[in-house]
Ligand binder design. Structure first.
Ligand code: CMP
Length: 153
């Protein structure tokens, strides 16, 4: 079952020169990049993206952080992409993230946990629409898919 999901390579990862390495992890897994852009996020977009956290004590700091420096928004497509990407990203709190995950390999602080990934199908739809226009999302075939990926279920 092919799905699309949103990943944000957050400002800490971009500042630490990890954007290319992190995107490469998703590519190497076989996920298809269908949207990609560097964004200097404004507070309106940040507050809409993190609307579910509006009442949390860390909300102000979260918005400050995500607007502090550019991030890279990535739309990924592949079989069970939402769960696959969440597993690759690891636990929200990096000290709990398993080695081999992005946060488990590169992170220590919850507030600077390198990446955001949609947590379910509805969230993925909402977040993709928030970060990308339809014209910014590509549909295309890759020749490698017949080697790297199982037939669509
Ligand atoms: P993310 O996956 O982007 O979704 C919500 C974000 O809130 C989360 O990653 C963390 O970066 C951040 N977050 C969650 N809990 C805390 C916390 N206790 N303090 C600061 N930031 C937090």
């Amino acid at each position: 079952m092919s799905e699309r999901t949103l990943v944000l390579i957050k400002p800490d990862a971009v500042q630490r020169l990890l954007a290319g390495r992190l995107i490469a992890r998703f590519e190497e897994r076989g996920l298809k990049i269908v949207g990609l852009k560097l964004v200097q996020v404004d507070r309106d977009l940040a507050e809409r993206h993190y609307a579910v956290h509006r009442d949390k004590p860390f909300f102000g700091g979260l918005v400050d952080f995500i607007t502090s420096s550019p991030l890279v928004a990535v739309a990924l497509e592949g079989p069970r992409a939402i769960a696959v990407v969440r597993a690759m990203v690891g636990a929200t709190r990096p000290h709990e993230a398993a080695p081999g995950t992005i946060r488990g390999d590169f992170g220590l602080e919850t507030a600077q946990n390198l990446v955001h990934a949609s947590d379910g199908p509805e969230t993925a739809d909402v977040e993709l629409a928030l970060w990308f226009t339809l014209g910014e999302l590509a549909s295309y075939e890759r020749d490698i898919d017949r080697w790297a990926l199982a037939p669509a279920e």
